[in-house]
Design a protein around this ligand. Structure first.
Ligand code: KG4
Ligand code: ZN
Length: 344
């Protein structure tokens, strides 16, 4: 049994967790930065990096305290090394390197996306490779065949915005504040999902890729008409996202190689409508549906500790010279998608 300290700082949550290779979460400490970014209507990278600097070391100490452990009792330090806002990634990775050096422990540089991709295995001991993963967060919208630790085939990505980004932009248009996704979901519960006609970009197209930019523009036009209740716009938008996700995921399932399960991870997996529709799709396809608990879907350090544990157990540790990477695709062989030039 190994004990791993996981660190996360790639966006606007600072977090530290102690996780064991036999799937116990000994402690998890997380500090969000919503208040610091709220006046700007979105995450400001420079403010995020400074906040990580202030928060991370106390969170590590608190995580060790809660677990009743000292650094000497930890087997490895796992830190997010990308992709993400580079200032924050550097803070977490340098902290991880310093702790690893000071304590004489191995370092595991974790791809944040691998953290999301493997997190369902922390919650679900029986989840075996390969599984089809829908990774839907604020920065990413991908369908991945998870074949093993470090072994991913990307079947689809977004050609423009990520689904969470679309939720956040819709929240902004409806003046709901950040984080946008949960606010849109709450408002949608009071609206009619058929009230506002909105497009379903790429639905029916042969490749399982995603696109949400056109949907966002349509929401903007719907808001501008002044004809619709905000709750109806929220509900119609959420339904359009769900329809896109289901059509694209069904298409990817047709291309996946005998998956053991349909799995969802990433912040948007916290959305009840998205989860319910995916569960129905899995049932239709005769597959188990696996969704980690909500707190494990959004950014956290337990998933980084767990991915670090899976890598550590597989003998995959990193040199202290490992770089922080703003972009870091999980499947480097995946073809670039036209229109997606700026995404990792
Ligand atoms: O995985 P995550 O915490 O951070 C990234 O790596 O991006 O995902 C955050 C994203 C945000 O865009 C947020 O609005 C969205 O997940 N999100 C939701 C919900 N909760 C979080 N979107 C829709 N419904 C939710 N309940
Ligand atoms: Zn994330």
């Amino acid at each position: 049994m190994a004990i791993i300290l996981g660190l996360e700082s790639s966006c606007d949550e600072t977090a530290a967790a102690l996780v064991t290779s036999d799937r116990r979460i000994l402690s998890h400490k997380l500090l969000g930065q919503e208040k610091a970014h709220a006046p700007y209507g979105g995450v400001v990278p420079e403010i995020a990096a400074r906040a990580h600097v202030e928060a991370l070391t106390p969170l590590v100490e608190a995580a060790l305290d809660e677990a009743g452990l000292t650094l000497a009792e930890v087997d490895a330090i796992a830190a997010t090394a990308g992709p993400g806002l580079i200032g924050g990634v550097i803070v977490g990775l340098v902290t991880g390197k310093a702790l690893a050096m000071a304590a004489g422990k191995p370092l595991v540089a974790v791809n944040h996306l691998e953290g999301h991709a493997l997190s369902p295995r922390l919650a679900e001991p029986d989840l075996a490779f390969p599984y089809l993963l829908l990774l839907v967060s604020g920065g990413h919208c991908q369908l991945l065949e998870v074949r093993g630790v470090g072994d991913y085939r990307r079947l689809a990505t977004t050609i423009d915005d990520a689904a969470g980004e679309a939720f956040d932009k819709t929240a902004k248009l409806l003046r709901l504040g950040i984080p946008g996704g949960p606010a849109v979901e709450r408002l949608a519960a009071q609206g009619d999902p058929r009230a506002v006609p909105l497009p379903r970009p790429l639905v029916g197209s042969s490749d399982p890729h995603f696109s949400f930019a056109g949907l966002k523009s349509a929401v903007m036009r719907a808001v501008d008409t002044g004809l619709h209740q905000p709750a109806d716009i929220a509900a119609s938008f959420q339904q359009a996202v769900v329809d896109c996700i289901i059509d694209r995921t069904r298409r990817a399932l047709g291309r996946a190689d005998a998956p053991t399960a349909l799995v969802v991870a990433g912040g948007v997996a916290a959305n009840g409508a998205v989860r319910a529709a995916l569960a129905a799709l899995a049932a239709e396809q005769g597959l188990p549906f696996v969704a980690p608990p909500l707190w494990l879907c959004t950014d956290n350090a337990a998933m980084i500790g767990w991915a670090g544990s899976e890598r550590f157990v597989a003998g995959l540790t990193d040199d202290l010279a490992v770089p922080a990477r703003p972009r870091w695709p999980l499947d480097p062989s995946a073809e670039a998608v036209r229109g997606a030039g700026v995404k990792a």
